[in-house]
Design a protein around this ligand. Structure first.
Ligand SMILES: Nc1nc2c([nH]c(=O)n2[C@H]2C[C@H](O)[C@@H](COP(=O)(O)OP(=O)(O)OP(=O)(O)O)O2)c(=O)[nH]1
Length: 140
């Protein structure tokens, strides 16, 4: 059975640029050190939006509301399907509960991470859509 993994783009205008929140994985070894959109696996009985809201509460201690899809689904191995969504920030300052670090990246920095191999490979296909979002005016 294919499990759905949801990943969220929280965007904030900060320091004169729109920035997306990325998280640096601490595990497993082949992904440790790489940056991703935070999220996790959808549990039984949950909608993708509910899963995203729960995962960001658990991993980052922030409250968000799950929104529109970003880009296409990405198969990971034989048993995971990864999906990206907009996530509207509601409350809380992000804390790295499970990640090595957190960062807010503007459009150029997202491209640089992808080009330099510092982004989780499955997420690289979303960079074009992320950059388009970051170049649009808010509110987010
Ligand atoms: N959260 C997240 N996972 C990703 C991304 N890209 C990517 O390949 N993955 C993979 C890594 C993992 O194999 C899987 C999600 O695992 P996870 O560790 O974030 O999810 P989880 O909290 O539900 O996991 P678990 O500890 O219960 O295993 O998807 C991404 O952008 N965000």
């Amino acid at each position: 059975m294919v499990r759905i993994v949801v990943a969220g783009a929280v965007i904030r205008e900060w320091g004169g640029a729109n920035r997306v929140l990325l998280a640096q994985r601490a595990y497993p070894p082949h992904l440790a050190g790489l940056w991703e959109l935070p999220g996790g696996k959808v549990e039984e009985g949950e909608s993708p939006a509910q899963a995203l809201e729960r995962e960001l509460r658990e991993e980052l201690e922030i409250e968000v509301v799950g929104g529109d899809r970003i880009g296409d689904a990405v198969p990971v191995g034989d048993d995971l399907e990864l999906r990206a969504y907009r996530a509207r920030w509601v409350a809380g300052e992000p804390v790295a509960v499970e990640h090595r670090a957190l960062g807010w990246f503007d459009d150029a920095e997202v491209v640089r991470l992808a080009d330099s191999g510092e982004m989780v490979p499955a997420d690289v296909g979303w960079v074009r859509e992320l950059v388009d979002l970051l170049r649009r005016p808010g509110p987010f």
